[in-house]
Design a protein around this ligand. Structure first.
Ligand code: DGT
Ligand code: CA
Ligand code: CA
Ligand code: ZN
Length: 581
C-alpha cells in the first residue's frame, strides 16, 4: 500500500466511523475526500508542498477540516485522531467494506457482538454460524453476508484480456440479435482494454428490457444466475467469470456507457468537473442544475453518445483506453489529447516462431495465416542454441532456414518474410549467435530467457551491453513478466531507454496475452523518450495473429501514435528504415 492509498483508507474509515455515530453530512465529505486522494495520489502531496492547507482546499472534495488532517499526515506520517480511533475500534473497516452490502452499522455490530476485526474473523464467524446470533440479524442476513463474502473472494481472481475478449464479443453479438435491442456493447475494464479484467460488464438499450434479460440469462455460456431484475442481471459464466448486464433507455445510452466504462477514478474526477460547470453526472444521465427555485428539478440533457456528454461539459472525449483518472482529464479540457494509434494499423508481425523450434507450424503456414489476417510481412524469429531444450537454432541451421525463406519469398505473392532471430541474451550480455550470422539477417531481436534474478545493476548492464551490439534491431518482451506466474525482471528502465535510443533499437510490445510486455506505463515512457516500439504477437501458432489487437490496445493505453510504432510501416518503408540504420 502506498502512502496515498494509506491516506485514502484513513479518510474512508473516518467516513464509516461517522456513519456509525450517525453524524450527518460528514461521512459523505470523507468519502469524497478519500476518492479524491485515491485518484490524485502524489498530486495531493505536490499540491500540499506548494501551498499547504490553503492549496489542499482547492482540490476536489477537500474542505478545511480534512485539509488539516491531510497536512498532519504529510508532516508527521500519521493522524492522531485516527490512531485514537483505531485503538478504541481496532477493526479493518477498509477490508471488510469490500464486501457487498456490509455497511458501517453491520461492521459495528460484528465487532460489538462477535469481536470480528477483519476478513479472517468474519470467515470464522460465518463458518461457525455465529452471525445469525447477532440481535436482529437472523439466518437470512447471515446467508446474504456469506454470499457477499464468497463473491468478494472470487472477484480477486482476475482474468487475461486476451482470454475474455472473444467471449465478450460473442455475448454482444448474441444480444444484438434480440428483438428490441438497439445498442449493445461491453463496458468496464474490458472496454478500457486493461490487461486483466475482473468481470464482463455489458450494456444495452432496448424498448423491451425483460426480453433482453431473458435472452441473457439463457445464453448457453451461462452457468448460474446471481440475480435477475427488470433492467439488470448478473450471471456466472461456465468459464468461471461473472457477467453483469444493464439495460437502459436509448436517450441516456451515452451517460450509462460513460459511467460503466470507468474507470472509477476517471468518473470521480469527471463528476467533479461536471459539477463545476453546473451539471450533475451519473449513470442515469447528465443533468443541468437550474438556477431558479431551489425545488426546481434538474433537467435531463439528452445524451445518446459519450461525445455529447464530454462536449456538453466542455472537453474532448478521451478514448476509453486512457481513462485512468490521471492527466487525461486535463489534456481533454485543453484539447491536447494525443492522436492514438488506430486499431488495425499494424502491417507486419516482427516476432513469429515456427516448428523449427517451439512453434507448432511451418514457416509457410505461418506466412499464409499472417497474410489471411491482413498482414503484409512477418519476421521469422526462432530461438537460438542456448535454449537447447527446444532445439534453438545455431548458425548452421539458421543459414538453412534462410535458404527456405528465400524460396518461400519467391513462391508467395504480395507478402514478405524477413529472416530474423530471437537471439538469446546470455548472462554476461553477450549474444548467442556470431556477428557474422547476425549480419546475414534482416531483423535481429534479442531477449532474456535465463538469470532473471540478477541484481538491478547487473541486469541493467547486461541489457545495455546487448543493445549496443550494432546488429540488434529490437529488444523482445523486455521485462519477461508472465502475468500471474512470473514477476518482471528488475532493471533501470530509463537507462535501457537511453541505450535503445542511442543504438536505434526498438522496444517490443509483446501481445501474447500473459506477457503484455512492455505494459502501458513503459510505453508511455518510451514514447516520451522518443524510442521506437514494435507490436509483435510472439505467435507460436497460426491463430495467434489475432493478438495484434491486444498489443495495439497497450500502445493506445500508453498514449502512442502511429508514428511511434515501427511496424505500422509498409514492407517497403520498413526495408528502407532498416537499410538506413
Ligand atoms: P474490473 O471489473 O475490476 O476489471 O474493473 P471495472 O472498471 O470494470 O470495474 P467494475 O466492474 O466494478 O465497474 C464497472 C464500471 O462501473 C467502473 O469502471 C466504473 C463504474 N463504477 C462502478 N462502481 C463505481 C463507483 O463506486 N463510483 C463510480 N464513480 N463509478 C463506479
Ligand atoms: Ca468490470
Ligand atoms: Ca461489474
Ligand atoms: Zn522469448
Amino acid at each position: 500500500m502506498t502512502k496515498y492509498d494509506e491516506l485514502a483508507k484513513i479518510l474512508f474509515e473516518f467516513s464509516y466511523r461517522d456513519e456509525m455515530l450517525d453524524i450527518p453530512f460528514k461521512p459523505r465529505a470523507y468519502q469524497l475526500a478519500s476518492e479524491s486522494v485515491g485518484a490524485l495520489k502524489d498530486d495531493v502531496e505536490t499540491t500540499w508542498r506548494k501551498g499547504g492547507i490553503k492549496a489542499l482546499k482547492d482540490l476536489p472534495g477537500i474542505g478545511q477540516s480534512i485539509a488539516e488532517k491531510i497536512d498532519e499526515f504529510f508532516r508527521t506520517g500519521k493522524i492522531k485522531e485516527y490512531e485514537k480511533m483505531h485503538k478504541e475500534f481496532p477493526v479493518d473497516i477498509w477490508g471488510l467494506s469490500r464486501i457487498e452490502g456490509l455497511g458501517p452499522k453491520h461492521i459495528a455490530d460484528l465487532y460489538k457482538h462477535l469481536k470480528v476485526k477483519n476478513l479472517e474473523g468474519l470467515q470464522w464467524a460465518l463458518e461457525k454460524h455465529k452471525v445469525r446470533t447477532i440481535p436482529r440479524w437472523g439466518q437470512k442476513s447471515e446467508d446474504k453476508l456469506a454470499r457477499g463474502f464468497a463473491l468478494m473472494q472470487r472477484a480477486s481472481g482476475r482474468r487475461l484480456l486476451g482470454e475474455i475478449l472473444p467471449l465478450a464479443d460473442e455475448i454482444v453479438a448474441a444480444l444484438k440479435k434480440v428483438k428490441g435491442v438497439k445498442h449493445c456493447t461491453y463496458a468496464g475494464s474490458l472496454r478500457r482494454m486493461q490487461e486483466t479484467v475482473g468481470d464482463i460488464d455489458l450494456l444495452a438499450t432496448s424498448s423491451d428490457p425483460i426480453r433482453v434479460m431473458d435472452a441473457f440469462t439463457k445464453l448457453p455460456l451461462v452457468e448460474s444466475i446471481h440475480e435477475c431484475g427488470k433492467t439488470r442481471a448478473s450471471v456466472r459464466l461456465k468459464i468461471g467469470i461473472d457477467a453483469d448486464l444493464r439495460v437502459v433507455p436509448d436517450n441516456v445510452y451515452g451517460a450509462a456507457l460513460q459511467y460503466f466504462t470507468g474507470d472509477k477514478r476517471h468518473n470521480v474526477l469527471l463528476r467533479e468537473f461536471a459539477l463545476s460547470k453546473g451539471y450533475t453526472l451519473s449513470e442515469y444521465g447528465l443533468f443541468k442544475r437550474s438556477h431558479g427555485a431551489r425545488s426546481a428539478k434538474p433537467k435531463l440533457v439528452v445524451c445518446k453518445t459519450e461525445e455529447e456528454i464530454y462536449t456538453a461539459i466542455g472537453m474532448d472525449t478521451p478514448p476509453p483506453e486512457i481513462r485512468v483518472g490521471a492527466d487525461e482529464i486535463e489534456a481533454a479540457q485543453k484539447h491536447k489529447l494525443p492522436k492514438l494509434i488506430p486499431y488495425s494499423s499494424v502491417k507486419g508481425d516482427l516476432q513469429v516462431q515456427t516448428n523449427w523450434t517451439d512453434g507448432d507450424s511451418s514457416i509457410e503456414d505461418m506466412a499464409k495465416a499472417a497474410q489471411a489476417a491482413g498482414l503484409e510481412y512477418i519476421a521469422i524469429t526462432d530461438h537460438t542454441k542456448s535454449l537447447g531444450f527446444i532445439n534453438g537454432l545455431d548458425e548452421k541451421h539458421l543459414a538453412k532456414q534462410g535458404a527456405e525463406i528465400d524460396k518461400l519469398n519467391k513462391k508467395i505473392r504480395g507478402f514478405s518474410i524477413l529472416k530474423g532471430t530471437e537471439c538469446d541474451i546470455r548472462k554476461d550480455g553477450s549474444l548467442d549467435l556470431s556477428d557474422t550470422a547476425l549480419a546475414s539477417l534482416d531483423w535481429v531481436g534479442v531477449s532474456i530467457h535465463s538469470a532473471f534474478h540478477l541484481s538491478r545493476a547487473e541486469q541493467t548492464k547486461r541489457i545495455v551491453k546487448a543493445l549496443s551490439n550494432p546488429y540488434v534491431d529490437c529488444f523482445f518482451h523486455p521485462t519477461c513478466r508472465l502475468i500471474g506466474k512470473r514477476e518482471p525482471i528488475e532493471f533501470d528502465f530509463d537507462e535501457v531507454l537511453a541505450a535503445a535510443k542511442k543504438n536505434h533499437v526498438a522496444l517490443e510490445i509483446d501481445c501474447y496475452p500473459d506477457r503484455s510486455d512492455l505494459n502501458d506505463l513503459h510505453v508511455r515512457a518510451a514514447v516520451k523518450a522518443g524510442v521506437m516500439l514494435s507490436i509483435d504477437t510472439d505467435a507460436h501458432s497460426p491463430d495467434h495473429f489475432s493478438y495484434i489487437k491486444l498489443g495495439e490496445a497497450i500502445a493506445r493505453r500508453g498514449w502512442a501514435s502511429k508514428k511511434d510504432i515501427l511496424n505500422t510501416k509498409t514492407a517497403k518503408q520498413l526495408f528502407a528504415y532498416l537499410a538506413q540504420k
